[in-house]
Design a protein around this ligand. Structure first.
Ligand code: G6P
Length: 438
């Protein structure tokens, strides 16, 4: 059959209209025939609401794309050309627990960074392994575009433990390009950036405007308080002296490492007030969004979606899919196997870096040695991620403890152990790999 089959796992997500908008916008370069939105029984109501909006969006576009809603993941994956993953195991309730457990120990409670990210990874790894088994069996040539967080760690689990062709993706790099363009007051297609690091720990090594290096100009503006953050991260100002001496552009998530005390205090205050943690705020936003989506007159992505942190998600995903399909040999910032790109890190770990994308995949552009200032943090977070991948696959208590005890945001083994025991206890239903082991 002519045209592409796309399977979206976690199709009931409120981000689906974003993705649909991307496919509609790029219809001239991507001949999509079918989009399967797949979810689990518990997500059926959301799948129906967002799926019907997706159908209305396609109808409005006049394109011949068949949007199918299903709870049968295997049917969705069978013979797909591209599978994208945007699911959240345990939903926002689990995210809220991930944020609240660490705060009891006065350490960061965040969905991807620190102990919260570890808990999310432990819930996600068994599910992604199952999905990959389905892909290996039913669509062995498909590309898996993984958005599921913690995206770098999950991509590494797929790369190390399955035969699926995968590329991990995040909206932070594309978001940074857009924000730098805004800071410079220019169109974002005139700005290019060299990125290097890990997912949610990526540095803008250089920023270019029309090919000219403007890194220091951007840093000066940031040091003077220009905004560079996502909707889910408080926009605390950077230390001017640090930025000017580093000469690189940090991603919004670096704040969790460089401004830990202020951010933990901020989180504790929010958690103890009516505001609640980010998951609890997002629950309110989601409720409103689904009410808006349910309006049978609505046939576009509504602007209210901009309250979520995932802006430009569709641009990143659909342009990457198009670069693979059309063999574009175009630069994208993606999560891929290191393979010597960053000197010193193991070959088989995932990194977030610029890569040349063609029909055979993403080929990272060599970076070489990194300065100790940024390499030190990357190395220790990467070691935490490597241990977490193995812990998530095996359910090994000792490895899990090693991972948490090593994490730069966790101060001691005592705290690591308290966190781990509580994470296992509160996630029992989602951690089959840990059963009878703790
Ligand atoms: C950022 C991150 C995403 C994350 C999102 C959370 O954009 O890059 O990985 O999913 O924020 O946003 P939310 O609205 O759920 O807090």
């Amino acid at each position: 059959m002519e045209g592409l089959k796309i399977a979206v796992i976690g199709g009931g997500s409120n981000y689906t209209p974003e993705l649909l908008e991307g496919f509609i916008k790029r219809a001239d370069e991507l001949p999509v025939r079918e989009i399967y939105l797949v979810d689990i029984e518990d997500g059926k109501e959301k799948l129906d609401i967002v799926g019907n909006l997706a159908k209305r969006m396609v109808e409005k576009s006049g394109l011949d794309i068949d949007v199918k809603l299903t709870l049968d993941r295997r049917e969705a994956i069978k013979d797909a050309n591209f599978v994208s993953t945007q699911f959240r195991v345990g939903g926002l309730e689990a995210r809220s627990r991930d944020e609240r457990i660490p705060l009891k120990y006065e350490v960061l409670g965040q969905e991807t960074t620190g102990a919260g990210g570890f808990a999310k990874a432990m819930r996600t790894i068994p599910v992604i392994m199952d999905i990959c088994k389905d892909i290996e069996e039913l669509a062995p040539d498909a590309w898996l575009i993984n958005f599921t967080n913690p995206a770098g760690l999950i991509t590494e689990a797929i790369l190390k433990h399955t035969n699926v062709k995968t590329i991990g993706l995040c909206n932070v790099p594309i978001g940074m390009v857009k924000m730098v363009a805004k800071i410079l007051e220019v169109d974002s297609d005139r700005v290019k950036m060299d990125f290097v690091g890990l997912n949610h720990l990526v540095w803008g090594k250089c920023a270019y405007l029309d090919g000219k290096d403007v890194t220091m100009k951007v840093i000066d503006k940031l040091a003077d308080g220009a905004e560079l953050t996502m909707k889910n991260i408080p926009d605390l100002n950077w230390d001017k002296d640090l930025l000017e001496s580093l000469k690189m552009i940090p991603c919004p998530y670096h704040r969790y490492y460089y401004m830990t005390d202020d951010l933990v205090a901020d989180e504790i205050e929010a958690a103890n007030s009516d505001k609640g943690t980010r998951a609890e705020q997002v629950m309110g936003i989601e409720k409103q969004l689904f009410e808006v989506y349910d309006d049978p007159e609505l046939d576009i992505k509504p602007p209210q979606l901009e309250q979520r942190g995932g802006a430009y998600y569709s641009d990143a995903a659909v342009s990457l899919i198009s670069a693979i399909y059309n063999d574009k040999k175009e630069v994208h910032t993606v999560n891929v196997r290191n393979n010597g790109t960053i000197k010193g890190l193991p070959d088989d770990v995932s990194i977030e870096v610029n890569a040349l994308v063609d029909s055979t995949g993403a080929h990272p552009i060599t970076v070489g040695k990194l300065p100790p200032t940024i390499y030190g943090l990357i190395q220790s977070v990467k070691a935490y991620e490597e241990l977490s991948v193995e812990a998530g696959v095996s359910g090994d208590y000792g490895l899990s403890l090693q991972a948490l005890a090593l994490h730069p945001l966790i101060p001691s083994v005592k705290v690591a152990k308290g966190l781990l025991d509580e994470i296992i206890e509160q996630n029992r239903d989602y951690l089959p790999q840990f059963s009878n082991k703790a």
